[in-house]
Design a binder for this molecule. Structure first.
Ligand code: IYR
Length: 225
C-alpha cells in the first residue's frame, strides 16, 4: 500500500459506503433520464449549474490533466447567436451532409434543423476539450501535453448529464457539426475545441419524448464467471 517513490504525497482513501440497495436505487434514478427536446423557459439558478459542473469536474482523466472547460451561457443574445449558427450548420446537415442511411436512422426520433431549444432553455453548457494544458500565466514554459482527451471529456460529460438529471433538470446532447462557430462566438482560445453542447433547464409543460427502449441487460453485459 506504500505509494511508489517519486509520486505526489498520498492521503487515505475515503470510500463511499452506501447500503447494498444503493446501486439499484441509482439505476432506478438513471433509467428515468431522457434526452429532452422541449424546454420550459423557467429559470434555473446559477448555483445549480455550478454544482452540476463541479460534479463533472470529478471525472477521471488521462494523467489527471482534467482537459475540459465548461462554458455556461445564460445571456439571451448569445444563446440566440448560437442558435442561428447551429441551425445554419444543421440545415446543411439535413439537406446535404447526412447520408440517406443517417437520415433514415434519425427519422424515428423526429429531429430536424430547427433548434428552438437553444433559445428557450435558460442555460447552454458548451463543453470544450483542451488539446494542450492551459498556458502558464507567465508563458515561461510551453503548455503541457494532455492524454486520452476524448475519453476523459466524454466521461466528464456523462457525469454532467447524470448530475443535471439528479438536480431534477433535463438536457440534450446536441452536436451541431462542425462546431467551430462555438469557439468564435464564445471567444475561446485555440487550444480549446468544442466537444458537446448541452441545453439545460426544466421540461416544457406536456413535454413528450420518443417511445424508445434501452437494450436489456443481457444484451449489453457479458459475464465470464
Ligand atoms: N446533429 C443533428 C443530427 C442528429 C444526429 C444524431 I447521431 C442524433 O442522435 C440526433 C440528431 C441534430 O442535432 O439534429
Amino acid at each position: 500500500m506504500a505509494p511508489p517513490p517519486k509520486s505526489v504525497p498520498h492521503v487515505p482513501f475515503v470510500p463511499n459506503q452506501p447500503p447494498v440497495e444503493a446501486a439499484r436505487a441509482f439505476y432506478e434514478t438513471m433509467r428515468q433520464r431522457r434526452s429532452v427536446r422541449f424546454f420550459s423557459s423557467q429559470d434555473v439558478s446559477e448555483e445549480i449549474i455550478r454544482w452540476c459542473v463541479s460534479a463533472a469536474g470529478t471525472a477521471p482523466s488521462g494523467a489527471n490533466k482534467q482537459p475540459w472547460r465548461f462554458v455556461a451561457v445564460r445571456n439571451k443574445e448569445l444563446k440566440h447567436q448560437i442558435r442561428a449558427a447551429a441551425e445554419a450548420e444543421e440545415r446543411e446537415f439535413y439537406a446535404r451532409r447526412a447520408t440517406p442511411q443517417w437520415l433514415a436512422d434519425l427519422a424515428p426520433l423526429g429531429t430536424d434543423p430547427d433548434k428552438e431549444f437553444l433559445d428557450i432553455a435558460p442555460w447552454l453548457i458548451v463543453v470544450f476539450k483542451l488539446m494542450r494544458e492551459d498556458p502558464r500565466a507567465d508563458a515561461s514554459e510551453p503548455a503541457g501535453q494532455v492524454y486520452y482527451v476524448n475519453e476523459s471529456v466524454g466521461i466528464a460529460c456523462g457525469l454532467l448529464i447524470a448530475a443535471i438529471h439528479q438536480a431534477g433538470l433535463v438536457t440534450l446532447t446536441h452536436t451541431p457539426s462542425p462546431m467551430g462557430f462555438l469557439s468564435k462566438l464564445l471567444g475561446r482560445p485555440d487550444h480549446e475545441r468544442p466537444f458537446l453542447l448541452l441545453p439545460v433547464g426544466h421540461p416544457a409543460d406536456g413535454c413528450v419524448v420518443p417511445d424508445i427502449a434501452r437494450k436489456p441487460l443481457d444484451e449489453i453485459l457479458v459475464i465470464r464467471r
